[in-house]
Design a protein around this ligand. Sequence first.
Ligand code: FMN
Length: 161
Amino acid sequence: MMKILVVFYSRSGKTKKVAGKISELLKCEIEEIIDMKNRKGIPGFLSAGTDANLRKLTAIKEIKNNPSLYDLVIVGTPIWSSNISTPIRTYLSLYKEDFKKVAFFCTRLGSDSEKVFNDMKNLSQKTPLALLELTSREVTRDQYMQKVKEFIKNLKEEIVK
Ligand SMILES: Cc1cc2nc3c(=O)[nH]c(=O)nc-3n(C[C@H](O)[C@H](O)[C@H](O)COP(=O)(O)O)c2cc1C
């Protein structure tokens, strides 16, 4: 049995909703990354945008699941200022040595995800088995199941290879 972990950060719930669905369908563990920096309200929004743009790192709360104990870690992030969110940049930087296989997903208003996925690939030093990009609109309106199922199908096809 393949051990899978879904790891995500979410400021306003969209990425969390998708992460929950993925872990539910895969019946696997889930870990939420908690940013020690307050990202709430307008000041939090502004700091998030600036920190992401400057590719800064942040302090994250101690994780519960050691990623090296999993065959596959699926990492999800919102896009901030056309970049990886700061907490997920931090997570990938800290644990890049510990991943066996990875897959990525992101939520965003409308930005191109290619650059973000490329950055995630470079940071984790791994080629992802599958990718999933969703708009916050698709998530809010519950119009994301088909893409999630396709993502899982792609993942399963890659896993057996
Ligand atoms: C600081 C900040 C910057 C953002 N920058 C972008 C952006 O450059 N492009 C984009 O498409 N969406 C951007 N967004 C929108 C989020 O990516 C989108 O709402 C996402 O679904 C939020 O996920 P969450 O609810 O899990 O936090 C930004 C949001 C925040 C808070």
